[in-house]
Design a binder for this molecule. Structure first.
Ligand SMILES: [Cu+2]
Length: 480
């Protein structure tokens, strides 16, 4: 009896809790969601997004968007006149929730030269708003719409020639969150790809006008994230900490190209395909059509720099579609070890079938007859053995492999240099004022080969012109 009473109490309290949680009923027809009060929308420039809607009720949402035609930098030394929604490419991010009644104010700055309008893919209505928003410089147009479908939508200018207005940067994203908002994540960012067509070739300096023919042919000179080369690299990189969840609102303004969006070294835990309701899991690359978008979510587990690319890869490395996500925090060797070893790998070729063991290094059969031959054979050894690390002109690789060209370490002590090539080298050394603390593995070379390669090194790239012979190498070898 007492037990039954307890169950009854539990049932009633559960009922009450669920009533409080469901203050708003679920409308079958989203057009019937009532709006309470008025509120001015927070607009943000990329890569930032406004505060999540959370549990707020549907509202009359005032959006004030100013169109600005302004000159900016496409990449170092290359200028471009962008046409923008809100002063940036992509335009300001608009964050709404389902049922909001958006009162849209489109303002065309008096200094602008052209009329523009806006087509929002989130709008149910003629032209997505374009028909009601055609606005001349120095004017403001107001129209209103109700958000009926949750999702991530592109907006863009739709004034003729449409392609030209989009190509100049007139696009952005508007998010319609579902009832109760999207699940909370730690970091959210706004990224939009676009292709640009300039009179000059990629990298040609100066103010570059738009090239209509290249745009028609879809031969982009620049394919970039957020309007310019380098908008998300170096100091502009987006950031997160190990263990955080990241949500990227990714759009593609086009006008011409589709994007194969990929983050090098990450797997998307979730992708809201095409910005809609369907969620795909464990995705490597997601296709974002021109005039489309996707929500991409993943947890960052290890530190490092993760590169965002359009995996049509020449666009990334040659045309600008490359960004960076910098993740800080503790390493997790279980997930990723980092480099464990750098072993010397000798492919099996003729003459290399037998790997010489430590004690039986085969002496070369035909010794060098003179200095010129020593240089010739030495160069061969260098190009086969040392080149990979110390580079073709002995210049080395900063922070990894010390230079041999004009190396004070090399030139100071011949026997020490012989020892390095004979036995390898580890531990901190200073070469020309730079510290190195790495490993040079023992090189499997005969005494004569060592003599030749060091003679070549000493007589190249401004070094001290010493000549090394086999006896000198043997002496160092037998010292120990
Ligand atoms: Cu326009």
């Amino acid at each position: 009896m007492k037990n039954q009473l307890n169950y009854l109490l539990l049932f009633i309290s559960l009922l009450l809790i669920s009533c409080f949680n469901n203050q708003e009923k679920n409308y079958e027809n989203t057009s019937e969601i009532p709006v309470s009060r008025e509120m001015t929308a927070e607009l943000t420039s990329p890569p930032n997004v406004p505060t999540p809607v959370g549990r707020r009720k549907a509202k009359k949402l005032i959006v004030k968007m100013e169109i600005l035609e302004k000159e900016g930098e496409m990449t170092d030394g290359v200028r471009y006149v962008y046409w923008t929604f809100g002063g940036t490419v992509p335009g300001s991010f608009i964050r709404t929730r389902i049922g909001d009644e958006v009162e849209f104010h489109l303002q065309n700055h008096p200094d602008n030269k052209l009329p523009h309008n806006i087509d929002l893919h989130a709008v149910t209505g003629p032209g997505g708003g374009a028909e009601s928003s055609f606005v001349a410089p120095g004017h403001e147009k107001v129209f209103s719409f109700k958000t009926l479908n949750p999702g991530l939508y592109v907006y863009h200018c739709a004034t003729a020639p449409v392609g030209m207005h989009i190509a100049n940067g007139m696009y952005g994203l508007i998010l319609v969150e579902p009832e109760g908002g999207l699940p909370i994540v730690d970091k959210e960012y706004y990224i939009m790809q676009g292709d640009f067509y300039t009179k000059g070739a990629n990298g040609e300096r100066g103010l570059q006008p738009f090239d209509m023919q290249k745009a028609v042919d879809e031969k982009a000179d620049y394919v970039v994230f957020n309007g310019k080369v380098g908008s998300l690299t170096g100091d502009n990189a987006i950031t997160a900490k190990v263990g955080e969840t990241v949500r990227l609102f990714v759009g593609n303004g086009g006008p011409g190209l589709v994007s194969s969006f990929h983050v090098i070294g990450e797997i998307f835990d979730k992708v809201h395909i095409e910005g809609g309701n369907k969620i795909n899991e464990n995705v490597q690359t997601t296709l974002i059509p021109a005039g489309g978008a996707a929500l991409v979510e993943f947890k960052v587990d290890v530190p490092g720099t993760f590169i965002l690319v359009d995996h049509s890869i020449f666009r990334a490395f040659n045309k600008g579609a490359l960004g960076m996500l910098k993740v800080e925090g503790e390493e997790d060797k279980k997930i990723y070890s980092g480099e464990i070893r750098d072993d010397i790998y000798l492919p099996e070729g003729p003459g290399l079938q037998e790997m010489p063991t430590t004690n039986e290094i085969v002496e070369s059969k035909i010794p060098a007859k003179n200095f010129d031959e020593q240089m010739k054979f030495g160069k061969q050894v260098y190009m086969q053995t040392c080149f990979a690390c110390h580079q073709s002109e002995g210049q080395g690789v900063p922070n990894a492999f010390p230079p041999l060209a004009k190396s004070d370490y090399l030139n100071a002590d011949v026997n020490r240099a012989i020892g390095v090539v004979l036995h390898g080298l580890t531990g901190e050394i200073t070469v020309n004022g730079e510290k190195y603390n790495s490993v040079m593995t023992r090189q499997m070379l005969s005494s004569e080969e060592i003599a030749n390669v060091l003679t070549y090194v000493y007589n190249s790239w401004g070094n001290s012109e010493k000549v090394i012979n086999t006896d000198m190498v043997e002496k160092v070898k037998n010292k120990k």
